[in-house]
Design a protein around this ligand. Structure first.
Ligand code: TXD
Length: 315
């Protein structure tokens, strides 16, 4: 059975559990340290099943050993940003949580495909792999799908075209230095540069959309005050889970372990990957423009600084 474990029963974990329960992919186990939180949410969610003639086992607990033998583990455990906080401000608290969870994965579910969502994303997924010992192809961070979706949404709004017709790829670290690739942005298969040439959109407007994408998370936090985004992150993590469990071999922008690709060694950074039944089956190396190469390198350096902090925190 495709047992799915969700570590973290907060905003994103809750949406994940609801989304996955409707798809009836496999039994769901939700774990949270707050007494009664996962248990209560899973009891409530289970009671929604008869209404929609759904039949899936959903259990909540505070006992991390319940993740045993999971097919997929999605980690959202950790603190989220408050207004004025950067993702980097979360590093100490969330590293200690990744330390605890990484040890549990190593002990109870070492063969799972692990999807990390917790911020600062690229440093947290690096820490999880270091501590859990999971093979690099079986662990990834969710960020690029979300950032690309934000870009697609903003551009579709500007052009008054369906989001389904807007494609793009956002690479690099999940932070202010992320790299929306305009060279890979197309609308109905037409390169966005053609839209600029025909004055359907001004270059300056496109650059504003790039900046709005970079600040996409912060914009939501500033509106909601006490929480960060959760619907779009949850849906993004589900796309990674389904590509793995159903061997869909989708090309997705995910934080993946680079071992020389893009000139990077030993870091998790957002790049295009193929996800199938063997996990991260391939890392796709793009020929980046000189401008994108510079931006990507700057983003890698930002990730490197955070990982240096995590290396100091490793016991
Ligand atoms: O694109 C992305 N990757 C980001 C990720 C998009 C949005 C949010 N991003 C980050 O995800 C955010 O900055 C946080 O670090 C995580 C989770 O966000 P969420 O909004 O779900 O946070 P909540 O609502 O605070 O939920 C976190 C839960 C909460 O219930 C805690 O009690 C629980 O995590 N928690 C734990 N569960 C299990 N085990 C441990 N050790 C633990 N510690 C806290």
């Amino acid at each position: 059975m495709n047992k799915i474990s969700l570590i973290g029963a907060g905003n994103i974990g809750t949406v994940l559990a609801y989304n996955l329960s409707r798809k009836q992919i496999g039994p769901i186990t939700m774990v949270d340290v707050v007494e009664g939180l996962a248990k209560g949410k899973c009891l409530d969610l289970s009671q929604s099943l008869p209404i929609e003639n759904l039949n899936i086992k959903i259990e909540g607990t505070t006992d991390i050993s319940a993740i045993n033998d999971s097919a997929v583990i999605i980690i959202t455990a950790g603190i989220a940003r408050k207004p004025g906080m950067s993702r980097d401000d979360l590093i100490e608290t969330n590293f200690s949580i990744m330390n605890e969870i990484g040890k549990a994965i190593k002990k109870f579910s070492p063969s799972s495909f692990v999807i990390c969502v917790t911020n600062p994303l690229d440093a947290m997924v690096w820490s999880l792999r270091e501590i859990s010992g999971i093979q690099p192809n079986m662990i990834s961070g969710m960020a690029g799908i979300l950032d690309s979706a934000r870009f697609r949404f903003f551009l579709s709004q500007e052009l008054n075209i369906s989001v389904e017709s807007v494609q793009t790829m956002v690479l690099g670290g999940h932070g202010d230095t992320m790299v929306p690739l305009l060279d890979l942005t197309s609308v109905g298969g037409i390169p966005i540069k053609k839209f600029i040439e025909k004055s359907n959109i001004k270059k300056e407007k496109l650059e504003q959309i790039v900046e709005r994408t970079r600040n996409g998370g912060g914009e939501v936090v500033s509106l909601m005050k006490n929480s960060s985004a959760f619907y779009s992150p949850a849906c993004s993590a589900v796309e990674m889970l389904e590509s793995y469990l159903y061997d869909q071999k989708k090309i997705l922008p995910c934080s993946a372990f680079l071992n020389g690709e893009y000139g990077v060694k030993g870091l998790f950074v957002g790049v295009p990957v193929i996800i199938g039944k063997k996990g991260i089956e391939k890392i796709i190396e793009l020929d980046l423009s000189n401008q994108s190469k510079k931006e990507f390198q700057k983003s890698v350096e930002a990730v490197e600084q955070l990982v240096k902090k995590c290396k100091k925190l490793l016991v």
